[in-house]
Design a protein around this ligand. Structure first.
Ligand code: AMP
Ligand code: MG
Length: 365
């Protein structure tokens, strides 16, 4: 299949044509990748069984991993959900359009292929002019998981989408890089107390201001890789992962972390393995590896989240087979950053504080 690639630019007429073509493809059951403020999405008609099957096939995604449906108008909730709780409207008012996905009971119109066999459906309104214009113009509800091959880091640029899906989908619309860079926060509103199924830019604290009590799914808290029946089925799969083996190093003392990372990398280099380090601005000069990439200033969690997946993909492009990453404080967006990093690392986290405790090292910080 040849994939049409169009970029949104200054020429209004060209843009209009791009939206017309993309809308027609979507209405005819085809697939179009488009930008959102989080990551690029791979869109297909959410109410068309065949289109959702095509999405799974193009991504190589397991069919029990449900899709998020993207809307451009709050009224469309009624077509997708039943028993919509009041909290949904409160959250929508505060955070939509924006990086928040709500899980509610599904309307019978929504095919089980779209929801991965679940009786619930995940919905969000993206905060991106191109995404919103495409949804409105097409006149359909668009199921759109991240536009990457299943398991790979999510795409934050059109180049990433081309890398993964060129030749597998009908069209890609390029329009810069999303400023958030990690996927939406997902909240399940079908539980008695709303539950975060996937952390993101909208934090637990921000949600609590609207909802009062909010819980975090225990499987997210524990960073478990394999849960039998996870509420957010995506959690069961290795995710966001670069091709190389990856490990995180966590610890209170920055110098000790740097030393540990250098020693892990040194061992691998001696074995002839190509190595990479995901560093931050302050520490990047202290490392010795084949490639050291800074993800930004440690204090600037928004820059880190927006660059994270691009950095992970860069290691792949460079042919790095062993990656060691610094860790980040698990607060605010840092919580979501650590969630993505620990999944990318397949749960391999070395905590040097804990190790020191076990070793009964009296010098620990
Ligand atoms: P993505 O992988 O970015 O396309 O996001 C899709 C993710 O949304 C899935 O992996 C699930 O974790 C989550 N999701 C979608 N629909 C539901 C649902 N009905 N219930 C719980 N989680 C859902
Ligand atoms: Mg995804």
């Amino acid at each position: 299949m040849e994939t049409l690639f169009r970029v949104i630019g200054k020429d209004k007429k060209e843009n209009t044509e791009t939206f017309q073509t993309a809308s027609q493809i979507l209405r005819e059951g085809g697939l179009v990748a488009f930008p959102t403020e989080t990551v690029y999405g791979l869109g297909g008609n959410a109410l068309d069984k065949q289109a959702s099957l095509k999405i799974y096939a193009a991504k190589g995604r397991p069919s029990d991993n449900p899709l998020i449906i993207h809307i451009a108008d709050i009224k469309e909730l009624n077509e997708l959900c039943v028993d919509i709780p009041r909290t949904a409207y409160l959250l929508a008012e505060k955070f939509w359009p924006g990086p928040l996905t709500l899980v509610m009971k599904k309307h019978k119109k929504v095919p089980y292929t779209t929801t991965g066999g679940l009786d619930t459906v995940a919905v969000r309104m993206p905060n991106h002019p191109t995404a919103l214009r495409l949804i409105k113009k097409s006149g359909i509800l668009i199921a759109a998981p991240s536009a990457n091959l299943s398991g790979r880091p999510s795409p934050t640029s059109a180049a990433h989408v081309l890398q993964d899906l060129n030749g597998r989908i009908d069209m890609i619309i390029g329009d810069g890089e999303g400023d958030i860079g990690i996927e939406s926060t997902i909240v399940d509103l079908t539980c008695k107390i709303p539950m975060i199924l996937r952390p993101g830019y909208i934090t637990k604290e921000m949600l609590s201001e609207v909802l009062g009590q909010v819980l975090i799914d225990p499987a997210v808290e524990q960073g478990k890789q394999c849960v039998e029946k996870p509420r957010a089925p995506g959690m069961k799969y290795r995710h966001y992962a670069p091709k190389g083996e990856m490990v995180l190093v966590e610890g209170a003392d920055e110098r000790a972390v740097v030393n540990k990372i250098n020693s892990l990398v040194r061992d691998k280099r001696l074995q002839g393995v190509k190595t990479g380090i995901l560093a931050t601005e302050r520490t990047k000069g202290s490392y010795r590896a084949d490639y050291v990439i800074s993800v930004g200033n440690r204090e600037d969690e928004h820059v880190i989240s927006s660059r994270l997946f691009d950095v992970l993909r860069s290691f792949d492009d460079l042919g790095v087979a062993y990656i060691v990453s610094e860790s980040f404080p698990r607060r605010n967006v840092g919580y979501a950053i650590m969630n993505r990093l620990s999944k990318a690392a397949g749960g391999r986290i070395i905590n040097i504080n804990e190790k020191k405790e076990n070793d009964d090292d009296s010098n620990r910080m």
